[in-house]
Design a protein around this ligand. Sequence first.
Ligand code: COA
Length: 336
Amino acid sequence: MSGAAVLAGLGTFVPPRVVTNDELSLTLDTSDEWIRTRTGITQRHWADPGTATGDLAVEAGRRALAAAGTDTVDLVVLATTTPDHPCPATAPEVAARLGLPHVAAFDLAAVCSGFVYALATAAGAIAAGTATRVLVIGAETYSSILDPEDRTTSVIFGDGAGAVVLRAGEPDEPGALLAHDLGSDGSLKDLIIVPGGGSRQPPAGAEKPGPRPADSYFQMQGRPVFRHAVTRMAASSQAVLDRAGWSADSVGRFVGHQANVRILHAVADQLGMARDRVVVNLDRVGNTSAASIPLALAHAVTEGLVAPGDQVLLSAFGGGVTWGSTALVWPDVPVH
Ligand code: COA
């Protein structure tokens, strides 16, 4: 057995409630036309109150395990920006609810790059021999941290979860993760932030004033984020293409983080890749942060946009700021 990480199954879940642009326009100074033309989004799914990230993660995880035809893993990595609690991590409870008691389980916080970071982390565990099968989940309930009065963020984000099982295998098998690129620039941390609720601005205690209520909400400076997302995703994608020995032209599908269709097209342009290679499902689900790439992958496979043997490039950019990319040849595996 070699140390390559091979994708063995994919599962996804979105909460049933659909929130359209028109519905948001009833309470926010926005319009379906603005949201569609500036972002490409027409609707998103939001969880009902009482449904948390762990609930979505369990559903996606269950489906990924079924798709991979297994009920055992050695490690669960849950990429999320919206854990069920600040402490403990959500992954151990998700593992327990999936019938995977006592396995290693932790959360990974890299915002919208979380899923790509988690793939690289899981591949590292497999290469090191500390795991032979890993459940990697990206799950989010951004609806729980959005300021309902902020039109610049509320129209963009959605809830959902996606998961894959990675197993130890051979580097020349379809599904093997062929190359990774990860990076960050913490000097830009204020571009995407929930300022309150951590150790810098702890929640209100009996004797200490807490953060302003607005500081508990997600805040984003959209314009610079747009610019950095294009630059970093293009450079990171190129690094992975070089490591995999692929040309931009040989990529069958580009499955980029689903933040904005204009960002995805700009990245394709910078790579010299035809825009029709770009997978887009943000119109239906919005930006689901760490869940975005597995949801887009599942969409691409079920719509017949990605078939076994296709060269697939994954790339993401998110808060931190962080970025990352991965390449694989799509394997003949089920999507649930
Ligand atoms: N409805 C209507 N108008 C809106 C609006 C909304 N939902 N949100 C912002 N506007 C307004 C702004 O107030 C601004 O008005 P002004 O010109 O009178 O000041 C105008 O639209 C343009 O705002 P701007 O922020 O420059 O728009 P934009 O073209 O940059 O689009 C984003 C905004 C957020 C869609 C875009 O910047 C973006 O996608 N950024 C990246 C987001 C991202 O990738 N996030 C996740 C990374 S992980």
